[in-house]
Design a protein around this ligand. Structure first.
Ligand SMILES: [Zn+2]
Length: 343
């Protein structure tokens, strides 16, 4: 979690019924997290977490979600009456306009499942649904690092790369809700296959598994390097992770520095393309790998003029996300908040 998290990421005190709260729900392949979110500040109260039943059937998946929401209500006597809406972020693909989960690989319990309608029927409040990165982009725009900006490009880097675009306080969805898949922009058309079916997507070059792969390749090429990465992995190349590379980098390990320089190069090329296409007011980077790369953000900005034609590209702030592990709860809640905070 970023160390510079502002008020938006601090836990709030018990909500008063008179305050306007919304419920944010974060559905993943293994867990459902939910919390009350102050619609003015983004502060999260009473977060709960329950296991997700992603592989049984549609009813079991829905029951996991409702158990998280019901646990939230059970924690606070005011929660039910004070909560005016429920916002859900879930893995895509999904149809945000219809509130339907389509066919996410890590939620096999749901195929064309009308999640928003099912929850509206149970709780009698409006329910919004969007994918993780879109929802996180909106939360950062309303309450986090993107506050006050009209056009925001958000990226989360972890095991994959997700992106979201916010224009004038609204998520940009495209024609069918499938826009902003920036993690699958191809950087190397002849590169490694990506899980999406394309080749050489930025996700195959700069997400966590790619960083581990790059480290393994360098260590194989330089067997006498005595790299700290190998020491941290107890000599086993197979257990190297991006986290271990990050630890070694922080300690000044030369191989880790080489690996992360490569990642910086790939990200600079990618963000140069993004800037030439969108020219956002701000670029916000979230997720565990982004936290690890934060000391290298100035290096990315320094490289940008060689990666895009925009002559003022270096004026665009490259900022660490404010929300950490709770971003899914905040993102879900943000879906329920109109664009009040951008002018
Ligand atoms: Zn891809």
């Amino acid at each position: 979690m970023p160390s510079n998290a502002p008020a938006a990421n601090q836990r709030a005190s018990e909500p008063a019924a008179s305050e306007a709260w919304v419920i944010g729900v974060d559905i993943g392949g293994t867990k459902v997290a939910a919390g009350l979110v102050n619609r003015r500040t983004g502060a999260i109260s009473n977060p709960v977490r329950v296991p997700m039943s992603a592989r049984v059937d549609a009813a079991a998946g829905l029951a996991a979600v409702t158990s998280a929401i019901d646990a939230l209500f059970a924690q606070s006597s005011d929660a039910r009456s004070a909560s005016q809406a429920i916002g859900i972020c879930a893995p895509g693909p999904l149809d945000p306009a219809a509130g339907v989960v389509l066919n996410p690989p890590n939620l096999p319990c749901w195929r064309d499942f009308p999640l928003a309608a099912e929850l509206e029927r149970k709780y009698h409040v409006p329910v919004k649904l969007d994918n993780d990165a879109n929802a996180a982009a909106l939360a950062e725009t309303l309450w986090g690092a993107g506050r006050g900006h009209r056009t925001v490009f958000y990226v989360t880097i972890g095991t994959g790369i997700g992106t979201g675009i916010v224009f004038d306080g609204q998520i940009y969805h495209g024609r069918t809700g499938s826009a902003a898949e920036g993690g699958h922009i191809t950087i190397d058309y002849d590169g490694l296959p990506c899980a999406c079916g394309k080749r050489g997507c930025i996700e195959t070059l700069a997400a966590g598994p790619a960083i581990a792969r790059l480290a393994r390749a360098r260590l194989t090429d330089q067997p006498d390097s005595q790299s700290m990465i190998l020491a941290l992995a107890a000599g086993n190349l197979d257990v190297i992770t991006s986290e271990l590379v990050g630890q070694a980098y922080a300690a000044g390990d030369p191989i880790a520095q080489q690996v992360l320089q490569s990642v910086v190069c790939f990200l600079s090329v990618w963000l140069g393309n993004i800037i030439d296409l969108l020219e956002p007011d701000v670029i916000i980077m979230g997720g565990g790998v982004s936290t690890m790369l934060k000391p290298l953000f100035p290096e990315i900005t320094k490289r940008l003029p060689t990666c895009c034609v925009n002559q003022r590209c270096q004026e665009i702030p490259l900022l660490a996300a404010c929300f950490g592990a709770d971003v899914g709860i905040a993102g879900g809640a943000a879906l329920c908040v109109p664009a009040l905070h951008t002018q």
